[in-house]
Design a protein around this ligand. Structure first.
Ligand code: GTR
Length: 399
């Protein structure tokens, strides 16, 4: 096994060659948007499914939703608050997913919307006392006032600094959020809880080696929220931006790659398995992530521990799967584990897919269809990050 000390010095990153974005598996050069849409895009999706995130089993589930609450006077009259519960199974006690929605009162609906999964329950994104407190299993964390894997009253608003809700609403966007653990609680239990078991064939007790892990399940939940938006006439489902931080940034990119209804995908410091090139061995590596989080990816991904160069894809291709839709990658200077230089490189190398559509990819100055910023500070989501996302969304979703 090679030395496992993380590399934080660009000059020590071993040389690598990226797989060609615009050459198909059979050697055909991809020269236009039709060839991208019909040949390369489906091929890359299959490769990410089989080797990285796993595929969603082919099975339809019985999806239902109920509106659990709706109040026009939330946040001092700024917004309507809605809570929607989706279920995927007719059996009582099956998995459910709760969407919290804030819709700006001053805007004419339907409104463009930011959608993001959260780490500690919908009640964590704002101190609003009327958000239903999640009763789902959570990772224990003192700062989030999670005790014995359950949220407490003191958990309300613990993640509020990461969700610029008033800013989002004042700028005319709705915000929708879902606790990621509703889809799959984030620990390695061999996929016995969450939504995976709904998809098992008779006799199957865990996903096949090329079937989805937790990131696949979380991304699936984002697409189910898209299904709901198609039924809610206050939401403009053609203008939904999916935003995620860290593991949920990996998820946002994977959801956006698969689901072309998503108009914009935003990766906030998603790092390894997200926006950062796997072959650029800086910070977290494939071995690190498969060891620390064996349940996030499909089992096949483990073949690439210390063998990133053998992956048939790299993460510039994941970003490119958003084309021609806009995509945003953000890094933080002190968050070296997420490999900021590898994130920027992936964004740059995704650009040729955009050029096929006559668009600019990543631009050093001005705005192309790939946005990027790096800010001072640590691994986190800040108001500054949100201001950039709102400006980018204004440019691409409102013009
Ligand atoms: C880290 C992990 C990263 C990132 C992060 C997070 O421990 O190594 O890949 O996903 O967790 O999601 O907070």
């Amino acid at each position: 096994m090679p030395d496992q000390t993380p590399i934080y010095d660009e000059s020590k990153v071993p040389p690598y060659t990226l797989p060609e974005l615009l050459i198909a598996g059979n050697g055909t050069r991809i020269e236009n948007r039709e060839a991208w849409q019909h040949i390369r895009r489906p091929e890359l999706l299959r490769l990410f499914e089989s080797h990285v995130y796993g595929k969603v089993p082919e099975k339809s589930v019985t999806m239902r939703f109920i509106v659990r609450s709706s109040a026009a006077d939330a946040l001092n009259g700024l917004a309507r608050r809605k809570e929607i519960r989706m279920s995927f199974d007719d059996q009582p006690g099956g998995p459910t997913m709760d969407i919290l929605l804030y819709i700006p009162n001053k805007a004419d609906t339907p409104v463009p919307t930011f959608l993001g999964l959260n780490f500690f329950g919908n009640h964590s994104v704002h101190k609003d006392p009327d958000i239903t407190l999640s009763t789902a299993w959570m990772r224990n964390k003192d700062e989030a006032s999670v005790v014995d894997h359950k949220a407490t009253e003191a958990s309300r608003g613990v993640a509020a600094s990461r969700w610029a809700i008033e800013q989002i609403l004042e700028r005319g966007y709705a915000l929708a959020t879902i606790y990621y653990g509703d889809l799959d609680p984030d620990f390695d239990d061999g996929y016995q809880n969450g939504i995976h078991p709904l998809f098992y064939k008779p006799g199957q007790s865990q996903p096949e080696p090329d079937e989805w892990g937790a990131i696949g399940a979380w991304a699936w939940g984002l697409s189910r929220a898209m299904d709901y938006f198609e039924t809610d006439d206050m939401i403009d489902h053609h203008r939904v931006a999916v935003m995620g931080h860290s593991r949920l940034g990996k998820t946002a990119l994977w959801a956006g790659a698969q689901d072309e209804r998503i108009a914009l995908a935003i990766s906030n410091e998603s790092g390894c398995g997200g926006a950062a090139l796997a072959r650029h061995r800086f910070g977290e590596t494939v071995r690190d992530i498969n060891t620390g989080f064996p349940h996030w990816f499909c089992n096949h991904f483990r073949q690439y521990n210390d063998r990133e160069g053998d992956l048939p894809v790299d993460q510039h291709m994941l970003i490119a799967l958003m084309a021609p839709r806009p995509v945003y990658v953000a890094s933080a200077e002190e968050d070296r584990w997420s490999d900021p230089p590898g994130e920027l490189l992936a964004a740059q190398h995704a650009s040729p897919a955009y050029h096929l559509f006559g668009q600019k990819g990543l631009l050093v100055e001005g705005s192309g269809h790939i946005g990027y910023h790096i800010r001072p500070g640590e691994h986190d989501v800040t108001d500054y990050d949100w201001t950039q996302y709102l400006d980018f969304a204004d440019h691409h979703l409102r013009s």
